[in-house]
Design a protein around this ligand. Structure first.
Ligand SMILES: [Fe+2]
Length: 214
């Protein structure tokens, strides 16, 4: 594991965010079995350092991103698809349409992200004054890379390529129950995150991209 700041040469990165790289071939699994993966993540989540244990598992799986892609299937639709949900763990398969930008938001729980196809660019934000954020770092995530955020992180996500990006996102809590904030992209002021609006953003970005192709 390499500290985010040394790995990417950030603006001024947050020390607790990390990127894990591929593990040795001897520990790679030959085939991605989703049911087995979910069982392993649930067990890892019971460990004392649950995020670290989950990060190691995800790194092992993403050592062969093509296997994860085969196991989950080539993404055909955009959005957030729950793989597993409980009060202390959520696993999502998130597919980003081309050029999508999700504004700065928090999770209020730790998050670990593994890219299995495409690219994700993250900006890491920090609170500057009451309700206002400022950029504090960035991470360019490629296929096979795993990225961890602490429970109080604020990030925005961009898919910077003209094709779908897909990733497994694992959260140390019930992602859908949390009352998260997002920050207005123009004013950088805090407001409650509207999950319906987030889902609409996925759809509309996808529709705009396909309209631009015609
Ligand atoms: Fe997020």
């Amino acid at each position: 594991m390499i500290n985010l700041q040394t790995r990417r040469g950030l603006l001024a990165g947050i020390a607790t965010a990390t990127i894990a790289t591929a593990v040795p071939a001897s520990t790679r699994t030959p085939r991605f079995d989703l049911d087995r993966f979910v069982a392993d993540v649930r067990a890892a989540n019971d460990e004392a350092d649950s995020q670290r244990a989950v990060e190691e598992l995800l790194s092992q799986a993403l050592a062969q991103p093509g296997n994860v892609l085969s196991g989950l299937g080539e993404p055909t639709s955009v959005g957030l698809s729950p793989i597993y949900r409980s009060k202390d763990l959520t696993i999502l398969n998130i597919v980003w349409p081309p050029w999508m930008m999700l504004p700065a938001h928090n999770h209020l729980m730790w998050a670990t992200i593994g890219i299995y196809t495409g690219r994700e660019d993250n900006i890491i934000w920090k609170r500057k004054s009451e309700g206002i954020v400022e950029a504090a770092g960035a991470a360019s995530l490629s296929k096979g890379e795993v990225f961890s955020l602490p429970h109080d992180a604020i990030h925005s996500v961009t898919n910077p390529i003209p094709s779908l990006t897909a990733a497994i996102h694992i959260y140390g809590g019930d992602f859908f129950a949390a009352e998260r904030s997002e920050w207005d992209p123009e004013t950088l002021t805090e407001r409650p995150q509207d999950f319906e609006a987030v889902q609409r953003l996925f759809r509309e970005t996808n529709e705009r991209f396909h309209a631009s192709e015609n």
